[in-house]
Design a protein around this ligand. Structure first.
Ligand SMILES: *Cc1c(COP(=O)(O)O)cnc(C)c1O
Length: 228
């Protein structure tokens, strides 16, 4: 199957799953995760109509974004160290993995220097998985409050990556917890009432489950580009 065919298959599955659970398919954005694939693969996906991509590694992404960034958007979905915040602030359209006030402050400072604003998501380690980055659910309220004071940075939602398993159903409780957390934060007035809160959750193996549980962004790599 070609990249174009894979994208069509996934979009039609997103459409079906969304309708089955009474959601509007337009409320779900597909981020094509292109890490470890060359710019030519992204180019192929763009020609098939895919315009948002996810990258995990700054150095690798830099080359691809310099080449293709004017034709599509890039989300950063990897672990971001503060010493890479400056370049990330320049390169990316959205950073999905902010998990500390230190990183947020550093980003905000670089964004001010660049004269741009960035939308970000907070990465929540909902499974309290020792091997994963992200902040604990209990820390999100404080971090949201702190980030609200920072200029040039806007939190548009939450992102999570549940502990890895083969069975997509194992991820469901984690997806539910992220959605419940977003509602609690909204009830506390920490997100603008009028805006929908983005929930970035679900990958190749379990994006259908994530959509049933309220995902608005799904991050799919292998099912589009093949095995890495
Ligand atoms: C690699 C990656 C994905 C894509 O995973 P696939 O299983 O290849 O679809 C999604 N999210 C994050 C954070 C990743 O690192």
């Amino acid at each position: 199957m070609s990249i174009a065919e894979n994208i069509q298959t996934i979009l039609s599955r997103i459409d079906t799953v969304a309708r089955e659970c009474g959601r509007d398919p337009k409320d779900i954005q597909l981020v094509a995760v292109s890490k470890l694939f060359p710019a030519s693969a992204i180019d192929e996906a763009i020609k098939a109509g895919q315009l948002v991509f996810g990258e995990n590694y700054i150095q690798e992404a830099e080359k691809k974004i310099d080449e293709l960034g004017s034709r599509c958007r890039f989300h950063f979905i990897g672990h971001l160290q503060s010493n890479k915040a400056k370049i990330a602030a320049r390169l990316f359209d959205v950073i999905e993995t902010v998990d500390s006030v230190k990183l947020a402050r550093t980003l905000s400072r670089h964004l001010q220097d660049l004269g741009r604003t960035m939308q970000i998501l907070l990465q929540v380690n909902i499974g309290e998985d020792e091997n994963k980055s992200g902040l604990a659910a209990a820390e999100t309220e404080k971090l949201l409050g702190d980030i609200r004071e920072l200029p040039n940075i806007e939190v548009i939602g939450l992102m999570t990556m549940p502990p890895f398993t083969d069975d997509p159903e194992d991820a469901r409780p984690y997806f539910q917890q992220l959605r419940e957390l977003s509602q609690q934060l909204k009830d506390l007035g920490l997100f603008p009432q009028e805006r929908k809160i983005e929930l970035s959750m679900g990958m190749s193996n379990d994006y259908h489950v994530a959509i049933q549980e309220g995902a608005t962004i799904v991050r799919v790599g292998t099912a589009i580009f093949g095995h890495r």
